[in-house]
Design a protein around this ligand. Sequence first.
Ligand SMILES: Nc1ccn([C@@H]2O[C@H](COP(=O)(O)OP(=O)(O)OP(=O)(O)O)[C@@H](O)[C@H]2O)c(=O)n1
Ligand SMILES: C[C@](O)(CO)[C@H](O)COP(=O)(O)O
Length: 234
Amino acid sequence: MTNVIEQIAAIVPAAGIGSRMGAEIPKQYLMLNGQPILGHTLDILLTHPRIERVIVALSPDDTYFEALAQSKHPKLERVIGGNERADSVLAGLSLVTGGWALVHDAARPCLTSGDIDKLIMAAEQAPLVNDVPQGAILAMPVRDTMKRGNADGQIMATVCREALWHALTPQLFPTRQLRDNLTNALAAGATITDEASAMEWAGMTPSLVAGRGDNIKVTHPDDLRLAALFLNNK
Ligand SMILES: Nc1ccn([C@@H]2O[C@H](COP(=O)(O)OP(=O)(O)OP(=O)(O)O)[C@@H](O)[C@H]2O)c(=O)n1
Ligand SMILES: C[C@](O)(CO)[C@H](O)COP(=O)(O)O
C-alpha cells in the first residue's frame, strides 16, 4: 500500500541571522550567481508541480525579502519566524491545516527538482506503522572516518560510521503529525534541530532517502564558492 501524498505545502525557514557566515547581512540574502541565495531556493520550490504553496518564515527584522522577485509570486505566503529554526517551522505550519509539509532550509539553494521527486516517491512508498505514514527525509551517507574530539581539539574516539547519515532537507511529513510532534517535543524540552528529530521523539521511523551531495547548506564562507560551482553544474 502506498500513501497518497497531496496538498504539499513547502515551509522555508528563512529567519536566521547566519552568524557562522559572519556576513554583514543574513546569509540567505547573500548574492549567488546573480541572485540572493533565498531566490534560488524559492525558485526550485515555486516551480515544482507537486508543491501547491510555499510559506517562508522571516525574521521580524527582515528588510530584504520585499526586494526579491519571488516575493510577489502568487504561490508564496510569508509568516514571522521564531527564535530557533524549529519555532520558525512551527510558525510556517500554523498556516497549513491538512496535507503534507515539505520543510526545506532557505540556506540550501542547490536542491534539484529530481531530488524533490525522489523524496515524494519514497514517502509515498514508505510502510505505514499502525496505519500512520512515517514520512521521509533527504540524507547523505557519511563517507569519511568520523572522529569525536574534546574541547581542546584532540581526538577522543573514532565513531563507527556504519549506518551514519547526514540529514539534509527537504524533510516531508503529514502536516498534522509534524505540527503535533514538533509542538510536544519542544514543550518536553527535547533538542530538535530538524523535523525528523521531532518525529523520532514521537517514536516514528521516517525513511532516509539518499540525496545529491551538492545539496549543501550554505553555513560558512567557503560554502558560497561550492554552492556557486554546484549551481553552475546542476
Ligand atoms: N530562528 C531561526 C534560525 C534559523 N532559521 C533558518 O533555518 C535554516 C538552517 O539554519 P542555519 O543554517 O543554522 O541558519 P542560521 O541559524 O541563520 O545560521 P547560524 O546558526 O550560523 O546563525 C536557515 O535557512 C535559517 O534561515 C530560521 O528560519 N529561524
Ligand atoms: C535541518 C538541517 O539542515 C538538517 O541537517 C540542520 O539540522 C540545520 O541545522 P542548523 O544548526 O540550523 O544549521
